[in-house]
Design a protein. Structure first.
Length: 304
């Protein structure tokens, strides 16, 4: 571990005890970025990824992404500002697609860094939030019934996932793409087959919501490596409530059932991703005991 990484880990530990040690980006095709400010060095790795229009990641963001793993060490906000300025200069020598973006993940509790990112044209798009493994609270009675979903529910589950994805395209990172329903349906089938932790809420027999969950452990190359501490976690992948049923306790009923499965003592806790601009998600998830750990920032298009 180099000195910058040691300094960064010490700063992160002081910011938030749940933050893990920093980790290298999953792609080997990364370009180093090094600056000096106030006599202190700051560094990072710049990774460039291009997704095909029909690929799963294209549903959730730009086709062309430049991602920075920033390591300002003990230079703090000044080092991060210098890295972002050098990154902007670096982007002037490229010709990204119009459907592009620059992204960076940073601890949510670092308010000084948030101010720097906002000043450089970044917007908070996604939060990774965590909840400790404590017994779920009693949510009280609900008019809906919640049961484990099965193969016969694929189309109903797909309808709910499509509705959630369309709403997210208004308030989050989802992007309208051709063939979205087929990709979302395939994901529903995969979740039923491999995790089995999918629940369907019904109101008088009519599907009104779903919760799709899984168990996960950070590993090199996946999206939560370097974001969560090592060990087993429960993952809330998707919570979707039909538009006409929102505000009626469907989400609470689904999560009461899901948390009984996921909040086990042997797990470190549960985690999920939500969009800060969504007028429904932050309030709901905070009441469910989740709090932000990382914020994913984006600037679109990449050259802006």
């Amino acid at each position: 571990m180099n000195p910058l990484e040691k300094e960064q880990n010490a700063r992160f530990a002081a910011l938030d005890p749940l933050l893990p040690p920093i980790a290298a980006p999953p792609s080997a095709a990364s370009e180093p970025l090094v600056v000096t400010t106030g006599g202190r060095r700051a560094g990072g790795l710049l990774t460039h990824v291009v997704h095909a229009p029909g690929a799963w990641p294209a549903l959730w963001g730009p086709l062309e992404i430049w991602d920075l793993t920033a390591v300002p060490g003990d230079s703090g906000a000044a080092g991060l500002a210098a890295l972002l300025a050098a990154w902007r200069d670096r982007m002037r020598g490229t010709r990204p697609e119009p459907d592009s973006g620059c992204t960076l993940a940073w601890p949510s509790r670092d308010a000084e860094a948030s101010a720097v990112l906002l000043a450089h044209g970044f917007a908070p798009m996604t939060c990774l939030a965590v909840r400790p493994p404590e017994p779920p609270a009693d949510e009280g009675p609900s008019r809906v019934t919640v049961r484990r979903a099965g193969d016969g529910d694929v189309e109903a589950l797909t309808d709910l996932r499509v509705a959630e994805w369309r709403y997210t395209s208004l308030v989050g990172t989802a992007v309208p793409r051709p063939g979205a329903r087929a990709l979302l349906r395939a994901e529903v089938v995969r979740a039923l087959r491999f995790s089995g932790l999918v629940w369907l809420a019904e109101d008088d027999g009519v599907p009104v919501g779903l919760a799709s969950c899984a168990l996960a452990a950070p590993a090199p190359g996946d999206g939560i490596h370097g974001r969560l501490r090592p060990g087993r976690w429960g993952y809330v992948d998707t919570l979707s409530v039909a538009p006409g049923a929102r505000g009626g306790g469907v989400g609470r009923a689904l999560m009461a059932v899901a948390h009984r499965e996921l909040l086990r003592p042997e797990l470190r806790g549960t985690f999920l991703f939500y969009h800060p601009a969504n007028p429904l998600s932050p309030v709901f998830w905070h009441r469910q005991g989740y709090r932000p750990l990382w914020t994913m920032w984006i600037r679109r298009p990449a050259w802006s």
